[in-house]
Design a protein around this ligand. Structure first.
Ligand SMILES: Cc1ncc(COP(=O)(O)O)c(C=O)c1O
Length: 382
């Protein structure tokens, strides 16, 4: 049968994350490749879900999200970023951060619109732009600091530039936007109609007392931004696939038009549980030091290996160069150390459309202390 199928994403295949996880399982390797915790989430949050289900919160909830949860999030935003958000018009609960990003892009992008994004990039951005007929305009972050070259950004803006996508704290590098980045961005977009997506799924996972430069701090950026978050990432339950988007009322109206006919409403009991969990500010204020403890411990142990650390200021990723060990390509190297030394990681070249290879690999340190110790004991032999 000829179905005359014209793929909307002809170049998309199986991602390296799947490949490495399969290989890790085959080799019985410690998996520091994929970005998820191997420790348990907070039992209190589990009990709250149980309680929510037992008290009958098992039917569709409001399309935009459980109202007390949106109110709790607005209060969190007021406390953390000194910004007043209308929970009725500016917050929508989504099935994960990725969905929030996809919906944001889909709700405003038209065929031929250009979208500036930075590489290495989280793998969903480019397909999200392409599936909507947009044109990705790719800018490499400057190696090895992974900073944005703002002169290049200015030179790549055209009359067709519709959107820019940012991600801080950044996957895969652990880089963060600093106040100078934000002030340059504010100047660049002022008096333009450029829209912004700010992927802040690693909000709270930021170290060394640095401030998270959320777009929520800046009313002029908020007017043109979709700011996307993930409960799964910050509460150690990636399998929940629950997140949210905060935007201006005008942009949120468009966002909800797409959301309404795609997922409509998200898992009710988790939303009821999170609404009470968030009442305790410790549920998020304790997160930076918790994750920094893991970063510090991993870095200290890794100092005994021949890998060279690049700084990680946020997220739960840490990059390492292996120039003192090998000149293999990063993909060949990660496959070999998984096979020979039983530790899986991710080659950073996969986060570039061009496959740019700076011989850097990514480890995820959101793991139990014993998992990190086991991995480092193997990596010391490399
Ligand atoms: C930068 C970035 N954005 C979004 C996501 C996905 O978040 P969620 O699982 O809530 O869809 C990830 C997950 O790896 C990520 O690294």
């Amino acid at each position: 049968m000829n179905l005359d199928l014209k793929s909307k994403l002809p170049d998309v295949g199986t991602t390296i994350f799947t490949v490495m996880s399969v290989l890790a399982a085959e080799c019985n390797a410690v998996n520091l490749g994929q970005g998820f915790p191997d420790y348990e989430m907070n039992p209190e949050l589990i009990s709250l879900v149980d309680q929510a289900m037992r008290s009958g919160n098992n039917q569709y909830v409001h399309m935009n999200g459980y109202i007390p949860l949106r109110e709790a999030l607005a209060e969190k935003v007021r406390l953390l970023y000194e910004t007043i958000i209308d929970p009725d018009k500016q917050i929508t609960i989504t099935p994960g951060g990725t969905y929030a990003i996809y919906t944001a892009i889909t709700s405003v992008l038209n065929p031929g619109d250009e979208v500036i994004l930075f590489q290495p990039a989280y793998d969903s951005y480019i397909p999200n732009v392409l599936v909507n007929g947009g044109v990705p305009v790719l800018i490499d972050l400057k190696f090895p600091g992974y900073r944005i070259d703002w002169d290049e950004v200015k030179s790549r803006i055209t009359t067709r530039t519709r959107m820019m996508i940012f991600n801080s704290p950044h996957n895969p590098t652990g880089a963060i936007l600093n106040p100078e980045d934000i002030s340059t961005l504010r100047k660049i977009v002022k008096d333009t109609n450029i829209l912004l997506v700010s992927d802040e799924v690693y909000e709270h996972l930021i170290f060394d007392n640095l401030r998270h430069e959320s777009f929520l701090w800046y009313p002029d950026l908020m007017e043109r931004s979709f700011v996307c978050f993930s409960f799964g990432k910050v509460y150690h339950c990636t399998g929940w696939k629950l997140g949210y988007c905060i935007s201006s009322p005008a942009l949120m109206k468009e966002f909800r038009k797409v959301h309404q006919f795609n997922c409509f409403s998200c898992h009710t009991p988790s939303q009821v549980a999170l609404a009470s969990f968030l009442q305790n500010t410790q549920s998020y204020t304790a997160l930076p030091s918790f994750m920094q403890g893991k970063r510090d411990s991993f870095q200290q142990m890794m100092a005994a290996t021949r890998f060279t650390a690049l700084p990680s200021y946020g997220s739960y990723f840490q990059l390492y160069m292996y120039d003192r060990i090998s000149d293999e390509s990063d993909t060949a190297f990660t496959i070999r150390i998984t096979r020979e030394f039983a530790v899986a990681s991710i080659p950073v070249s996969v986060f570039y459309l061009s496959g740019k290879d700076d011989k850097v690999i990514r480890f995820c340190f959101a793991k139990k202390q014993e998992t990190l110790e086991k991995a480092v004991a193997c990596l010391i032999r490399v």
